[in-house]
Design a protein. Structure first.
Ligand code: PRT
Ligand code: ZN
Length: 223
């Protein structure tokens, strides 16, 4: 691939992370031209552009070298590391960004008296995170059947297609509405700045270092 002289950051086109990610980049002194319904946003002052995509595609775009960095949930990054990223270069979490906080948790029917993971033995657990759930179960020596669903995971127990679920939880309202309760936390998540393990050795590497410095300043002020 022809080396690029501008830095390219992948971020969510439309979703929970879009506004806070853009606000953070603005606070780092980056402003962008172009409307946000387009794929690209061109950086006005600095040589930094945005690629607006679905969050699930962000780790792959970094691994393929299409983008230099990405702003994505730790849940998505770590799932990619376990399931999608086996062939590509390793990805690193460069900075936690302090927004988009949630937990990836196992939830069980409200009436179940959950004590520990051993109770999930032989159960069907619905999730969109088969990599993270599979690893967590393996570490605990639990043999359960992982049912992978793209969405609406929380309704699987009511439909009778799963006994428990593993999904993102923030307020817990979705679980309550589906007669479920949070039983165990697999991962504390938030938006992170993701990139390759090693920085590019050209101007883009210098630009990334500058961006990291500005990010640290902005994050410090906010804390
Ligand atoms: O279209 P695209 O694929 O880009 O968007 P998406 O629908 O996959 O993602 P989106 O915008 O819903 O979430 C993006 C990221 O925000 C996630 O990957 C998480 O890192 C983070 N995040 C933070 C959350 C939540 N909080 C959250 N509450 N992502 C999803 N939820 C959902 C959860 O799946 C469940 O359905 O909200 C429901 C639970 O919320 P409570 O408050 O009822 O517990
Ligand atoms: Zn998504």
């Amino acid at each position: 691939m022809k080396p690029r002289d501008r830095l390219r950051i992948a971020m969510q086109k439309s979703g929970r992370l879009t506004e806070p990610a853009l606000e953070l980049l603005n606070r780092c002194g980056l402003t962008f031209r172009q409307s946000r319904d387009k794929l690209f946003c061109f950086g006005e002052g600095e040589p930094v552009d945005l690629l607006l995509v679905r969050d699930d595609d962000i780790p792959g775009l970094i691994a393929q070298g299409v983008c230099d960095l990405g702003i994505v949930g730790r849940n998505v990054l770590n799932e990619y590391r376990l399931t999608g990223g086996l062939a590509g270069p390793a990805l690193a979490e460069w900075r936690p960004l302090g927004f988009g906080r949630c937990r990836l948790s196992v939830a069980v029917p409200q009436e179940l008296d959950y004590r520990d993971a051993s109770q999930l033995q032989g159960q069907r657990i619905a999730t969109s995170y088969p990599g993270l759930l599979g690893e967590w179960l393996r570490e605990r020596g639990v043999d359960a059947s992982v049912v992978t669903l793209a969405g609406s995971v929380e309704i699987a127990p009511r439909l009778g297609t799963a006994d428990a679920i593993c999904d993102l939880v923030q307020s817990g309202g979705t679980l309550v509405a589906n007669q479920l309760r949070e039983a165990d936390v697999l991962l504390e998540s938030e938006a992170v700045l993701a990139g390759p393990q090693a920085l590019p050795s050209d101007e883009r590497g210098d630009m990334i270092e500058l961006l990291l410095k500005r990010l640290d300043g902005v994050i410090q002020v906010r804390e």
